[in-house]
Design a protein around this ligand. Sequence first.
Ligand SMILES: NC(=O)c1ccc[n+]([C@@H]2O[C@H](COP(=O)([O-])OP(=O)(O)OC[C@H]3O[C@@H](n4cnc5c(N)ncnc54)[C@H](OP(=O)(O)O)[C@@H]3O)[C@@H](O)[C@H]2O)c1
Length: 314
Amino acid sequence: MSHTLSVGVVGAGRVGAVLAAGLRAAGHPVVAAAGESDASRRRAAELLPGVPLRKPSDVSRAADLLLLTVPDDMLPNVVRVLADSGAIREGQVVAHTSGRHGLAVLAPAAAVGARVIALHPAMTFTGTAVDIDRLRGCVFGLTAGEGERELAAGLVADLGGTANWVPEEMRTLYHAGLAHGANHLVTLVSEAMGLLAAAGVDDPAGTLRPLLDAALDNALAHGDAALTGPIVRGDVKTVAAHLKDISANAPDTLPSYVAMAWATLDRSVTDGRLLPIQGQKIATVLSAYGERRVLPSRVEHTGSMERTERSEQA
Ligand SMILES: NC(=O)c1ccc[n+]([C@@H]2O[C@H](COP(=O)([O-])OP(=O)(O)OC[C@H]3O[C@@H](n4cnc5c(N)ncnc54)[C@H](OP(=O)(O)O)[C@@H]3O)[C@@H](O)[C@H]2O)c1
């Protein structure tokens, strides 16, 4: 375990309450938490029993390690107010859990001599006890100066996580990658369940689960090569039929279906799994539902090209 630190958390939201509970379980005493809403109070009572709720400046003054777990857009103001009021001190460790922000947002704390760390768990939190087990094996996007790297890595190890170092200037892109994958996946899956429900399927989630589990496993292991389905097969008529029926039955889902179909088409043509001539036919169909786009040029990819050429001649 890393050197024992007393922990204060501002605020006791989904992430704050869970990380503080994880640090407590690792032997770091949690001395105070801040949070005013009923939800934060309830989370603190459930996940941090016995920890007093205080105002943010008192939480900061009481702690060796101040966890700032407020919404991203609140973070600059919270840091500035705490630093300006003298609630952050020299040598104190100040960490935030935002994916987008790096160390720049903690500049007011660094200016008074605090040791600053950006410590982002690449995980989705419910703010309940089930999250605590998920910290084990969770990857943390870390940004810290040379003097804080060992400390940051030690805290992640205490939480049972894995450290992933992210350069300051790459934080936003790193976070965009996670959000695109995890957040948009939720939207995509919800829309897919909606289409199945509209088709009269009794159990959309149960129907999708084995398929999506396999698709996710394959995509994580093989990337674009995992793709199956009408676009990469060049089944133009199937794509056209999808668009027609989605328009008629679930028009709200049409824009994202078309956007994802374009992205899927571009990637299939770019890496050579779909011949441009086949891709162009699908592009023409998609163009009827949105702006016409130019397809990217193909990169040589011998195996699947040969197969596509054969089917083209057949
Ligand atoms: N949720 C996730 O899955 C997730 C995953 C990884 C990282 N993160 C990051 O973790 C951070 C916290 O996210 P979250 O989802 O835990 O947020 P959240 O559940 O909305 O909790 C935010 C907490 O901050 C407090 N707060 C809000 N404004 C404040 C202010 N001006 N001053 C002091 N306290 C304030 C809230 O208190 P009240 O309840 O009293 O308003 C609440 O306790 C964000 O940077 C987010 O990007 C989130």
